[in-house]
Design a protein around this ligand. Sequence first.
Ligand code: SF4
Ligand code: SF4
Length: 482
Amino acid sequence: MAVYDPKSMKAEDFINDEEILATLEYAEANKNNAELIDEILEKARPVKTENGCTCAGLTHREASVLLATELPDKIEKMYEIAEEIKLAFYGNRIVLFAPLYLSNYCVNGCLYCPYHLKNKHIARKKLTQEEVRKEVIALQDMGHKRLAIEAGEDPVNNPIEYILDCINTIYGVHHKNGDIRRVNVNIAATTVENYRKLKEAGIGTYILFQETYHKKGYEELHPTGPKHDYAYHTEAMDRAMEGGIDDVGLGVLFGLEKYKYEFAGLLMHAEHLEAVHGVGPHTISVPRVKKADDIDPDMFDNGISDEIFTKIAACIRLAVPYTGMIISTRETAAVREKLLRVGISQVSGGSRTSVGGYAEEERPHDTEQFDVSDQRTLDEVVSWLMDSGHIPSFCTACYRAGRTGDRFMSLCKSGQILNCCHPNALMTLAEYLEDYASPDTKEKGYRMIEEELKKIPSEKVRTVAEENIAAIRSSDRRDFRF
Ligand code: SF4
Ligand code: SF4
């Protein structure tokens, strides 16, 4: 029988059903326990230190109590603290990225995804290396520096060698002043050996959504194909870490199963990684089930409102303060704006979720994975972020300086973020403004840079950042970083 043990390497022990059910019971019993909730909120609050500040985070039980609470003043306080944490560790910077779909061939039968094997009317497509190049040029021409590649699971059409070739092609394209500096990879659970190959190919984060932590639900939602194996899928991050990848990205597809269950499972997964590997997840993504070809989100009866969605994001921010949080163009601009305040640190912009979509003039729909709610261009997203007081950042410095895994976490905890992430964000924004922005965005951006430079505490760092930005404006020199 499975027993809860965060250090176990067995999925059913570290994502233990009994422990989740006991957590939900505890949360339900204490959801209006104002005294306990205040204690939990105080524990989550950032504490000032000599260098900056530090955060204790929360256990899955504590965070589940917050998620369950219905007390309006406590929910308000939770949002305030989430915003405090966000500002302390991420400031007003938002990192931008784009997904790149390589192939929609897939042998799995996931009920919520249009790429499932039985969908015979969706057009199947796999990019050739020449087509990958075209996509990357189109993405570089938009201004992107960071991609997340996506491919279905298909050992014949998309073997690991194909993925590795694509990564190689992507890093090799240098169009005008553009380059892709970090390739994150979102492909099916695989072997330690294949993770090692991905690491050697220079990937950034390995992302794999759990979809649902509820084993029985998981098996029903994945009736056929290799993904049916719950344990193999859930233990993938351990194999990735064994293969040398120390930045891993978790995610749940909210709407498939009950959100409180998923939330507790997600945090238990993070606790497991920390307990076993000494480093928690680099990122957590919060996608919701969306409409797509052959998929109607109403088929799943666990959909969550925007309000609950915001509460989930805030609770994740409190529980794992050093983990980046990602939201995609699945969400509308209005929802994205709300979530940015309570903790999101990365957003996608100008995304096309079809295979080969960026090189097409018109947005194609025939191979899309899901309907994109936010259809704005990257320039519009950049401009919107600045209007709401956020600095759009194209920074990839940590990965390139080898600051991954625990070294990245030390930077987060060191209080040096204002001397590091902040100038990097401004320099990469200047690159974007110089090379890709519309005249309005450019003007707005330089005004923002001027103001934001003043916030860099170290005079030395500020002077270097100013000099670098002047060089970006007056020459083709690029890629400065701290
Ligand atoms: S979610 Fe992934 S594995 Fe499942 S059908 Fe879609 S592409 Fe294939
Ligand atoms: S310096 Fe590192 S942590 Fe900061 S924004 Fe850049 S990549 Fe992220």
